[in-house]
Write a protein that binds this ligand. Structure first.
Ligand SMILES: [Zn+2]
Length: 543
């Protein structure tokens, strides 16, 4: 009887069609909550997690995850990957485990998000995409060419309408980039008016503040005031202390954020795990020089008095940061002279002018800016500060990068390695944070903060965005000098149930979907999803 029964079960099992699309077996499940890992199988059908536990049924596809971490797909809330339309494989992202990105940061976004999301639906990309609406974009479109002023009433009405439309089209919030034009000219009150609309739709206000260095504390006050007065929760973008004169003040920054939170403001932050930043070289010039564009800049520089004044302003700003040269600024991609790529401004001046005093470096910045500009990498942070911010429980991991064109220029390595670097360098080697906490910072914390329903936690009913990687091997080979290297150690990266990365190679699959704000176009439903988000544990080692 026993033998016959056993045979019957075996027979019926072997004859049965697979129950699931995909079964991941024997993995070390790190569910994204911050809780300790546990061992289980995971079954997936139609892009959704169906079961977690001991799974006896089979899958059409099976992955043995023995000795591997199985985590939710990583969610990167601070990217500049609007170019995902042109680079739909988003290879640098998925190959470091990022399955969902938020674009539209630092004030720059698509203006017509409805059409953008429709495009993504028609021609899918390899990652899920959410977007903020950028205040610089909105301000530029409403105010025309002259920005160093208050908006008129009708321009303000236009800006509000643009933000409202974007929120109804599914934006997850409003972003600012207050060191960039034209946003740099906005008064706090103007931003509050726009953030109120994002808040009305339960969006987030994500901000690249007016200063991350010398004036950082007044910038933080402005950020908090905007959140409080607009009743909009706040995401502090790429938290850092930039410049030696402010290094070491992490406790003051974090204490201020915690005070704001204690007083009722939902405020969180994100960071990338590097001591260098990256942005346009134009940020070295004063705003007043950049106002009006390249033609206006040329006129100002043609006037010896104005040229000297701009150079003095730059020298003074360097001195405030306790610097006497631009050796910390490395050109990533110069449109007019590719010989400068990978060179700091001292070296660049030497190449262009045959000499390299500070005056020559400033002349080189002028020349670059007048000839198409350049992106640059700025070595301005300290490792202990990066570590202290990472250990705070409310800090997410986000790379601040675009989709990388493989081999193009010498861009910041964060676009290729950020998540793998946290898992390899900061978790495994330096033991700065626990593996479970690192995963939480890349999954449930961003999902909860940006209200991305059904993502960021491994749980039955959630979308099957899943990473399978080897915690002992995961690595970021990308460096400042040689950045075009994909992260390694990923056995599988799964987006909506489909393998997008297999054994560290892109499969060509594009199974990403647009992530519109929950309840977009209907304001009555936005309250409901609060209850479906799992509250993660606040348990960060060493915080
Ligand atoms: Zn930024």
């Amino acid at each position: 009887m026993l033998t016959a029964g056993f045979l019957a079960v075996t027979l019926s099992k072997s004859l049965m069609l697979p129950t699931y699309d995909l079964v991941i077996r024997n993995g070390m499940v790190i569910d994204g909550s911050g809780n300790p890992a546990y061992y289980a199988d995971i079954a997936i059908n139609s892009g959704v997690i169906q079961e977690i536990g001991t799974i006896s049924e089979t899958g059409k596809q099976e992955i043995d995850a023995n000795n591997m971490a199985v985590t939710p797909g990583f969610i990167d809330v601070h990217t500049h990957a609007e170019n995902v339309i042109e680079l739909p494989n988003a290879e640098n992202f998925v190959r470091m485990g990022v399955t969902s990105i938020v674009i539209g940061n630092c004030g720059g976004s698509e203006l017509d998000l409805g059409s953008f999301f429709a495009k993504l639906e028609k021609d899918p990309v390899s990652v899920n995409v959410a977007s903020l609406v950028g205040q610089n974009t909105v301000r530029r479109s409403a105010m025309g060419g002259n920005f160093d002023r208050l908006p008129s009433d009708s321009e303000m009405t236009k800006m509000k309408a643009s933000v409202r439309r974007a929120m109804e089209d599914g934006a997850v919030g409003l972003s600012t980039g207050l060191i960039y034009l034209p946003g740099a000219y906005s008064k706090t009150e103007e931003i509050i008016e726009l953030a109120k609309i994002a808040g009305e739709y339960r969006g987030v206000y994500a901000t690249h503040m007016r200063s991350e260095g010398t004036n950082i504390f007044s910038a933080i006050e402005e950020m908090i005031r905007i959140g409080v007065e607009s009743k909009c929760r706040v995401e502090y973008s790429h938290i850092k202390l930039s410049g030696e004169n402010v290094w070491g003040r992490t406790n003051e920054v974090l204490a201020r954020l915690e005070k704001a939170r204690a007083e009722g403001l939902e405020i969180t932050q994100d960071q990338y795990a590097y001591t260098a930043s990256s942005t346009s070289i134009s940020t070295l010039l004063p705003d007043s020089a950049l106002e009006g564009g390249t033609a206006e800049l040329k006129k100002k520089l043609d006037d010896p008095i104005q040229r000297a004044a701009i150079a003095k302003d730059m020298t003074d700003r360097l001195a405030l940061r306790k610097r006497t040269d631009y050796g910390y600024a490395v050109i990533a991609s110069c449109r007019a002279d590719s010989r400068l790529n990978g060179k700091n401004l001292i070296e660049a001046a030497q190449i262009r002018l045959g000499k390299s005093t500070l005056a020559d470096q400033i002349e080189t910045v002028f020349w670059i800016q007048l000839n198409g500009g350049a992106s640059a990498v700025f070595h301005g942070m300290s490792e202990p500060d990066v570590t202290a911010f990472m250990q705070h429980p409310n800090t997410m991991i986000a790379c601040d990068a675009s989709c990388r064109e493989y081999g193009e220029g010498v861009p910041h390595p964060r676009g290729y390695g950020n998540n793998a670097r946290v898992l390899g360098r900061y978790v495994r080697e330096l033991k700065t944070i626990r593996l479970e906490d690192a995963v939480r910072k890349m999954t449930s914390l961003p999902a909860q903060t940006f209200r991305l329903k059904n993502r960021g936690i491994l749980k039955v009913g959630m979308a099957a965005d899943i990473n399978i990687f080897d915690p002992a091997l995961v690595t970021d080979p990308s460096t400042y000098v040689d950045p075009h290297k994909y992260s390694t150690g990923f056995k599988a990266v799964i987006v909506n149930g489909k393998l997008v990365v297999k054994n560290d190679e892109h499969t060509g699959v594009r199974s990403g979907v647009p992530l519109r704000r929950e309840g977009y176009k209907t304001r009555s439903t936005v309250q409901e999803f609060h209850s479906t988000i799992v509250e993660p544990a606040d348990c960060c080692a060493g915080a």
